[in-house]
Design a protein around this ligand. Structure first.
Ligand code: G6P
Length: 367
């Protein structure tokens, strides 16, 4: 592909800004917005009949899969096992013949993910893959593919491929929920309508760039950062930390907020900012108590929330980033943007090679 940066400083910046458009294309591939249903696309296994789904992937694609687990289990009551591909391939776990196997890979060439796929093939499982490159090895060796319509991704740190993977997973969760009788026609319509709002809300969220750029200047002075979140914001916290360490080289950890007291709280002081991803949802108050624990130990909090969350948190923060109000199912898609922007602008301030960070490869085709 011949792709240029246009007016952007880096491919990563361009790819962040492309997200409303590519998320919209991807969702429209799977969902019929006019009729409020999942489309009748081909699947390698029947979502209504399988008893489990085994997901395996690496890096950012793995974290997309982890968000997918919450969606499949919550909306479709479909149990999901999820593994990092390098573990999956050697773990020798029992796999039920009634399950489906799902692999997620932007490039479709990651060695560990491909090896996991071949393991499942040997075990006789039907195989599906969410891929961005349709002519890839993983696509070829699958029984069916679910393409992400992100277009070529050049920046080593994945951005638009991630939100497109989330878009596919959410669409598949809706499809599975309908196939398993876990939503009625009205319920399906509501989920599809909520998903259809993702591009518009992502677009509004991009307007936070100015505030996030200022915050990034402060963040670039720290050596360690802790990211916290609950529910689907837990994988997002890990993704925020991954993005930050990949391109700014700041040491960052992503933790489930409820695990704070089981370890990371020992590290809290004024030298380690804590970034909390917490929309005002049913477990918001739980996360507020985690923030109180941080504040009581002199920790500096950066809160990423919505207007209601900002109003109800009553905690002093270093900064509060207020994202538009979003329906719960699209929250991981929309909240991906501020964490990507925060990593991006921090890296720009630090002067690192944003698109080609040291020691990393866009696709890891050797073990
Ligand atoms: C590398 C890239 C990551 C990516 C991971 C998985 O580590 O730097 O951005 O998430 O591989 O790649 P895949 O192509 O399988 O999604």
């Amino acid at each position: 592909y011949l792709v240029d940066k246009g007016n952007y400083r880096h491919f990563m910046e361009k790819e962040i800004y492309e997200q409303p458009e590519v998320v919209s294309h991807t969702l429209a591939h799977y969902l019929d917005f006019a009729n409020g249903v999942a489309k009748d696309f081909e699947t390698p296994f029947d979502f209504g009949k399988i008893d489990r789904l085994a997901i395996s992937a690496c890096g950012t694609a793995y974290l997309a899969g982890l968000v997918g687990k919450y969606w499949f289990e919550r909306h479709a009551r479909l149990p999901v096992d999820i593994d990092i591909a390098s573990e999956f391939r050697y773990r020798e776990m029992p796999l039920s013949k009634q399950s489906g196997a799902l692999f997620i890979s932007q490039s479709g060439e990651t060695a560990d993910t491909l090896a996991s796929l071949r393991y499942c093939r040997q075990e006789g499982l039907p195989i599906g893959a969410i891929v961005n490159v349709r002519e890839s090895t993983i696509a070829r060796e699958s029984d069916g593919i679910f393409p992400t319509l992100a277009g070529p991704e050049i920046g080593v740190a994945s951005t638009k491929a991630f939100t497109c993977q989330l878009s596919v997973l959410a669409s598949l969760a809706v499809k599975a929920a309908a196939a398993r009788g876990e939503v009625d026609a009205e319920g399906e319509k509501l989920l599809v309508r909520q998903l259809s709002e993702a591009p518009k809300l992502a677009n509004q969220t991009l307007k936070l760039a100015g505030q996030i750029e200022k915050l990034a200047r402060d963040l670039s002075h720290y050596k360690h950062v802790l990211y916290l979140g609950r529910d689907t914001n837990y994988p997002l916290a890990m993704e925020g930390a991954l993005k930050l360490k990949e391109i700014s080289y700041i040491h960052a950890e992503g933790y489930a907020a409820g695990e704070l007291k089981h370890g990371p709280i020992a590290l809290i002081d004024e030298q380690m900012p804590v970034i909390v991803i917490a929309p005002h949802d049913r477990i918001f108050e739980k996360t507020v108590s985690n923030m109180q624990e941080v504040a009581a130990r002199g920790g500096k909090i950066i809160l990423i929330t919505d207007a209601k969350g900002a109003k109800h948190s009553t905690i002093d923060t270093l900064d509060t980033i207020i994202v538009p109000d979003v329906p719960e199912i699209i929250s991981p898609i929309v909240y991906s943007l501020p964490i990507q922007m925060l990593a991006y602008y921090t890296a720009v301030f630090m002067g690192t090679d944003v698109d080609q960070p040291r020691n990393l490869a866009k696709s890891v085709t050797v073990e």
